[in-house]
Design a protein around this ligand. Structure first.
Ligand code: CO
Length: 231
């Protein structure tokens, strides 16, 4: 789709301004044009290389939130990150979408790291900490309500802001745990030292902080016993 570039659409209201605001998609296309020309000037080989294929070392699992564009916030560029984003960076072991991304990234692209990223002021987290009926999305957010129920006493004792942050933390750890039970991820961790990371991004400062997700050997062994499968 190539949007009109004259800055207006027939349905756009112009009341109150002598010059209508530019169509946001037209602005985005203009920005794309500047961006690709600048990048091609700075790194003449980049697009040629990307045109031949990809070999990212990181799989990023993050929230769909507009403030968390993984490649931008990491200061990286196209080709660096394979990515799956959904509302509130929730992983469930039966979601074909995320499972397919994980399989492709781990088995075929052979990424070396998987980063699960939660973020401050996440709307999904806020929804799960509230009790307003939102419709379809309530089903998607169900794992967060389970987390809320499992940790109710601890969460209720916290001030509101800290409660939200604690839920972000718990949710990242939960998604990391789902990864650790994934047979493809389990095998890659043993066979080629695939590393998992849990991080929290602060949308108000741009800061990224890594969580300590190290586990006791006993817990690792118990998980292996319960989840490890072989031919
Ligand atoms: Co979010």
């Amino acid at each position: 789709m190539t949007p009109a570039t004259n800055g207006t659409t027939s349905t756009e209201p112009t009341v109150g301004s002598t010059q209508a605001a530019k169509h946001p998609v037209a602005v985005a296309f203009e920005k794309n044009s500047h961006w690709r020309r600048n990048l091609a000037d700075l790194q003449p080989e980049l697009f040629k290389k990307l045109g031949r294929g990809q070999s990212p070392e990181i799989l990023w699992i993050g929230c769909a939130d507009s403030r968390c564009p993984e490649t931008t916030i990491l200061g990286l560029q196209p080709g660096d990150i394979f990515c799956h984003r959904n509302i509130a960076n929730i992983l469930v072991p039966t979601d074909l979408n995320s499972l397919s991304v994980i399989q492709f990234a781990v088995e075929y692209l052979k990424v070396k790291h998987i980063i699960v990223c939660g973020h401050t002021s996440c709307g999904g987290i806020a929804a799960a900490l509230g009790n307003k009926k939102l419709g379809l999305i309530d089903t998607w957010l169900m794992p967060l309500r389970h987390l809320r129920a499992q940790n109710a006493k601890m969460l209720d004792a916290l001030p509101e802001k800290e409660r939200g942050l604690k839920m972000v933390d718990l949710n990242v750890r939960r998604s990391v745990a789902v990864l650790m039970e994934n047979p493809i991820v389990m095998d890659a961790m043993v066979e080629r030292n695939l590393e998992l990371h849990g991080v929290i991004y602060d949308v108000g400062t741009g800061e990224l902080n890594e969580l300590d997700i190290a586990e006791d050997e006993e817990i690792v062994e118990e998980r292996k016993k319960a989840f490890k499968t072989e031919h």
